[in-house]
Structure formats: C-alpha cells, structure tokens
Design a protein around this ligand. Structure first.
Ligand code: BT5
Length: 298
C-alpha cells in the first residue's frame, strides 16, 4: 500500500451540502442532518442539543462539522481534524425496539463497533479500502488509524433512559505531513488516490442507519441474526484484528496486562489470557498489538 500520495489542496473543498440536504436524510433513514461550518466538538455540541432541545433532536439526528477545532477522544485526549480533509460527525441515538420500548442500556456498548462496521463498509465502497477494527474503538488500514469513535451518554428525553452521542472522526484526505501522529493514515493516502469527504459521509451514514435499525429490531441482542444475516457479535469478531493476537493492554488506572486477546464477551469487552493462564475481561483500555521480533515479542 502506497503512503506517499499527496492530494492537492483544491481537491478538498467544503462538504457538498446540496447532496446532504435534499432528501438524503429521509432516504437514509435519518431524522435530521445539520452541517455547520466550524465547531469545537460535534460530540459536545450534540450532547448539549440533545439535552436542551430534546424534541428537535430525536433518534438518528446527525450533526456534522465541516471543520472541527477542538475534537476529543477518550480521557480528553485531543482528536485532530485538519480543515477540509477530515470528517467529524456525531449521531444521536435514542434506541427503541419494534414495540416502541427503549433498548436495554446494557447493549449500548455495541454502538461503537456497529459504527466501525459501517465505516469499514463505507471505506470499501468509496475508496476500495480494506480496513479492520482495532479494539476498542479504532478503524485501521494496514495497521494505521484512519478513524476513531467515541460514544458517550446524554440525558434521555422526558424521563426516558439515556441517549447516546456517537462521534466518529475520519481521516479522509489528509496529506502525509498533516497526519497528527505517526500511527495515523488517511483514506486518500491509503488508497493512493483522492477520496471525497461527502461520498464517505453519505455511505457511512446510510450503512450505519441500516445496521442500527436492524440491531434495534432484535432489541439490542448482539447474538441475534441481524436482518436475517449474521449476528453483530460474529460480524465484529470477524472484523477485529486484535483477536488472536498477543497484546499489551494499558488499563485506565495505569495498570498493564499482557497476553493473548482471546475473544469478546457478550458486551464487547476484551478477554485476555495471560501466559500463566490468568484470564481477564477488560471493558476499557488502550491496546498495543505486539508482533514477534527476533524470536520474542517487542
Ligand atoms: C478516539 O479516541 O480515537 C476517538 C476519537 C473521536 C473523534 C470524534 S470526531 C467527532 C466527535 N467529536 C469529538 O469531539 N470527538 C468525536 P482515543 O482512542 O482516545 O484516541 C485519541 C488518540 O488518537 C490521540 O491521543 C492521538 O494519539 C490520536 N489521534 C488524534 N487525532 C488523530 C487523527 N486524526 N488520526 C489518527 N489518530 C489521531
């Protein structure tokens, strides 16, 4: 995979609002889509709107920033989005099943991997890219991070269970010299050709809405077949390159674990088997994939 394609700046105009505004939202199954020129963080702003205007911001309402200036990841880490080259999009979820009852909040941990699967499909469709999930919330191409996903809770409307704000940052046409960290890549760089932000956004949102509706229809059961196909759990397992590998997990309190990533549990938590056979289930943390080096693991 070539990594030195340099998309010209003029290939990176603003998002094509006419494609997003017409009847796109209705066709894709979204309740609303708003595109703003510039914003600190789409997650922060959508959380605020969900709380202050609950009737105007329902299930599957979407907020997109053409340029996000203060994006963040987990633990308040910065998420960098160079202007005109990346996507910052947040989706509000107020999930209900077919009987109109709220989904159990225990299934909320599946929304990030569900978004990652949708993005994976969008990258394949629009840019011909093969990508994978890296536990817990990254989409990677060739081992490099092309997208990060961050979900958090917002107050539910009218006494309902909490809503979810699901934010995705996608590196679309960043040049090599714009990558914020050496572990990042962009769709244009990985595909070695220009990739259009609006194309990626449209494909991602449409695929996400389809998967999400299928998941709601099975009441958030990750083991149930989705729309007559495979379960969410098995789709996520297949797409997650962390599984089966030797990993180091850096836990939130600073503790570290090292061992084999053996599988995912029913909530999407990572199961680790240490060399002495000790088993751990980890629901949050940073994973480093360790590779064999000189007969050992680096
Ligand atoms: C994430 O956090 O990867 C979740 C990022 C979510 C961003 C979206 S954008 C829309 C919405 N609004 C927000 O404010 N946030 C969401 P985490 O796993 O904690 O990774 C953060 C780390 O990724 C940073 O510490 C950097 O090392 C690295 N990083 C920052 N910007 C990056 C980029 N553009 N591409 C790849 N890696 C990046």
């Amino acid at each position: 995979m070539e990594n030195d394609a340099q998309p010209a700046a003029d290939e990176r105009g603003p998002l094509d609002r006419s494609r997003l505004m017409a009847d796109f939202a209705a066709r894709a199954g979204l309740s609303r889509i708003e595109v703003v020129d510039e914003l600190g963080s789409t997650n922060t702003e959508l959380s605020r709107l969900a709380e202050t205007e609950p009737d105007a911001w329902g299930d599957l309402a979407v907020l997109v920033a053409d340029h996000q200036t203060q994006g963040h990841g987990r633990l308040h880490r910065p998420w960098e989005s160079p202007a005109g080259a990346s996507l910052a999009v947040s989706i509000l979820l107020r999930p209900h099943n077919a009987s109109g009852r709220p989904l159990p909040t225990q299934c909320y941990s599946w929304f990030s991997p569900l978004a990652a699967l949708a993005l994976r499909e969008a990258l394949a469709e629009v840019a011909g890219l093969e990508s994978a999930l890296k536990w817990p919330n990254d989409v990677v191409v060739g081992g490099l991070k092309i997208s990060g996903i961050l979900a958090h809770l917002a107050p539910g409307a009218h006494g309902e269970p909490p809503a979810v704000v699901l934010g995705t940052g996608i590196n679309v046409s960043l040049r090599q010299d714009e990558l914020p960290v050496p572990t990042a890549t962009s769709a244009s760089l990985a595909a070695a050709r220009p990739v259009d932000r609006t194309d990626v956004l449209v494909a991602y949102l449409a695929d996400f809405a389809r998967r999400y509706q299928a998941f709601c229809a099975v009441n958030g059961n990750a083991d149930a077949p989705l729309a007559g196909g495979r379960s969410l759990l098995s789709q996520v397992q297949d797409a997650t390159i962390t599984l089966g590998r030797r990993v180091r997990v850096e836990l939130p309190g600073g503790r570290r674990l090292e061992g084999r990533a053996a599988g995912l549990d029913g909530h999407g938590a990572l199961q680790i088997v240490e060399d002495d056979g000790g088993r751990h289930t980890v629901s949050a943390g940073d994973v480093v994939h360790l590779r064999p080096a000189n007969g050992g693991y680096a």
